[in-house]
Write a protein of this length. Structure first.
Length: 552
């Protein structure tokens, strides 16, 4: 059964008169009267308020860019419109129209909606849960969000699917292979193969092979920054560490901007099941954890810009004390802040295999999410790596594939993998461990994808050619510190050094610039540790800002 069927009462709660009066104090304007059939807002519109219905009714529908429409609910007095998009003025995924009797409703723009959520504990919890459940319901619904049109294993289709999934944005894929709707659409529009994939936004706009940033702008995921605004804290990277800083700093009243070049959740977001994070005995997917943190950060008013890469920290020595720090951005813009938190984590290490880049996204993957699992269902695959992230991916993928070759350079898994994962893998009949082995060559082409991998036994030198279309690589991570270009001290492996020169423990040698999580030298490369540092740095930011005010 769908969420809409099982959790309807929590998804569309009816506030009682006392709750309505409590909420009224937080409204962003007086009640507004809508005529019968009048549109309150359309799909894709930004900065639309959440409306609390006082009289009449409001019909909520969802539709996609091809005009397919589905009714969600008819709201009555005491109910409110909106989902998590409303927390930050992102493009809305549903439309609202006054019913046959018209409607009278109270508006709550993003800031006032957040004030209501924070200002009223129980009522706030009821409303926050409803907003989250509505997004989850939209994610499982067919008719909503973006439509991708292209071949399922096309590298750009995979890239966009991963981007949309990792950012919890609903989407469907119309396969152009075969004679289905996707094929007919491409024929009708006369789209050339090199223009694929298409992306159809809910407002009907059609993009041809869009970048993630173009897709995000069209879908209202990426919110334009306010030029010249000086934040108390700018966080580079919205992985577990950066998200923790965003939540704690915003909940303590600081103005926060968190930027991520790809998606919230970072490395953890790519994990199918995190079982050793405190408080989740049955485990939680990295994406679910990231989704919760993202909603939490938004509730407290943190601004999260995704996808937006930070290309440089301006660490010009002539900057006067107290003058804001400046971050240069991939879209040519800049962000200003009194403090900067480096939470850019680590990126997947690329093995020294010739022509590997040709196959990245075309058969070679550094993570194993539901998107990749769907692509290699029932096939023979190989996975390289002996650490926990590799182990988790084996446990996740093995039940979905025909055979999984687990390739490690060492004699076995004991030196690098947690016991529980080794035991799980041992119980999987279709997993074959290849010790003392490495991949030395790949065959195929980007247009058609990977077709085979050459495996060499490191002791005997014997080579085996394995026919396979999917190869997963989990061979460690290197710090994402290139964008800092010598602004801060790094250790011999490139991790950022903090706590030197009597600075605050998480502060770099550059005053007001902090580093946390996997990118920090000496940090423990675990979700809980990253979250811990993300929380701990906020107290140090307060201390720094306090110092600024006393010297000003
Ligand atoms: C597959 C996998 C499974 C794992 N499983 C577990 C587990 O079960 N338990 C556990 O405790 N740990 C696990 N880990 C480790 C854990 O995920 C990391 O320790 C944790 O994610 C580190 O968090 P972080 O925020 O410091 O960095 P990251 O998670 O690396 O996040 C950094 C973020 O910064 C962004 N970024 C980087 N550079 C820039 C830039 N220039 N501009 C803008 N954004 C930028 C990236 O896009 C990324 O989103 C796993 C790791 C992997 C890869």
């Amino acid at each position: 059964m769908s969420l809409l069927e099982t959790r309807q009462a929590q998804m569309f709660p009816v506030l009682d008169p006392v709750q309505v009066e409590t909420a009224r104090r937080f409204a962003s304007g007086p009640p507004r009267v809508f005529q019968p059939g009048e549109l309150l807002y359309e799909v894709g519109e930004r900065n639309v308020p959440s409306w609390l219905l006082l009289e009449g009714n409001i019909a909520i529908t969802r539709h996609d860019g091809l005009g397919r429409t589905e009714a969600m609910v008819v709201e009555r007095p005491g109910q409110f419109t909106g989902e998590v998009s409303q927390l930050a003025g992102r493009g809305t995924l549903a439309a609202a129209r006054a019913g046959p009797d018209g409607a009278t409703a109270l508006p709550f723009d993003a800031a006032h909606l957040r004030a209501l959520l924070i200002g009223t504990a129980e009522l706030g919890e009821t409303i926050m849960r409803a907003l989250i459940l509505r997004r989850m319901s939209l994610l499982e619904a067919g008719v909503t969000g973006a439509i991708l049109v292209g071949p399922p294993d096309h590298p750009d289709v995979v890239r966009l699917e991963v981007f949309l999934s990792r950012n919890s944005y609903p989407h469907t894929l119309l396969d152009v292979l075969g004679d289905g709707e996707g094929h007919a659409l491409v024929e009708r529009m006369g789209v050339a193969p090199d223009e694929l994939p298409l992306m159809i936004c809910p407002n009907g706009t059609i993009l041809r092979r869009p970048s993630n940033a173009e897709a995000a702008s069209c879908l209202g995921i990426l919110i334009p920054l306010v030029p010249g605004k000086v934040y108390d804290v700018a966080v580079v990277g919205a992985g577990p560490a950066g998200l923790a800083t965003a939540v704690y700093a915003a909940s303590e009243g600081l103005s926060v901007l968190a930027l991520d070049q790809r998606a919230t959740g970072g490395q953890a977001g790519a994990s199918a099941r995190i079982e050793n994070y405190l408080g989740f005995p049955t485990g939680i997917s990295g994406q679910a954890l990231a989704g919760r943190a993202w909603n939490q950060a938004q509730k407290f008013g943190a601004e999260i810009a995704v996808p937006l890469e930070v290309t440089r920290l301006d660490c010009d020595a002539s900057r006067a004390p107290g003058q804001p720090l400046r971050l240069e951005l991939g879209d040519g813009g800049a962000a200003l802040a009194k403090t900067v938190v480096i939470a850019s984590g680590a990126r997947y290490r690329r093995p020294a295999i010739p022509n590997i880049e040709e196959f990245e996204g075309a058969g070679v993957s550094y993570w194993a999410s539901a998107v990749e699992a769907k692509l290699c269902e029932g096939e023979e695959v190989a996975l390289v790596g002996g650490g926990n992230s590799a182990g988790q991916a084996v446990v996740f993928l093995a039940p979905k594939v025909e055979r999984l070759h687990l390739i490690v350079r060492g004699p076995d898994l004991r030196a690098s993998m947690s016991r529980y994962l080794i035991d799980r893998i041992a119980a999987l009949p279709n997993v074959e461990l290849h010790p003392h082995t490495e991949i030395v060559g790949l065959e195929g082409a980007r247009s058609t994808g990977l077709s085979a991998a050459i495996c060499r036994h490191r002791q005997t030198g014997e080579e085996v050619r394995r026919t396979l279309r999917h190869l997963f690589l989990f061979i460690g991570a290197d710090p994402n510190a290139g964008w800092l270009q010598g602004c801060v001290e790094t250790d011999d492996k490139g991790f950022v050094v903090t706590g030197a020169q009597a600075g605050l423990p998480l502060e770099t040698a550059l005053p007001g610039v902090f580093a946390i999580g996997d990118v920090r030298a000496g940090s423990t490369k675990r979700v809980a540790a990253a979250v811990g540092e993300g929380a701990a740095v906020v107290a140090q930011i307060h201390a720094f800002l306090g110092g600024l005010t006393t010297t000003a």
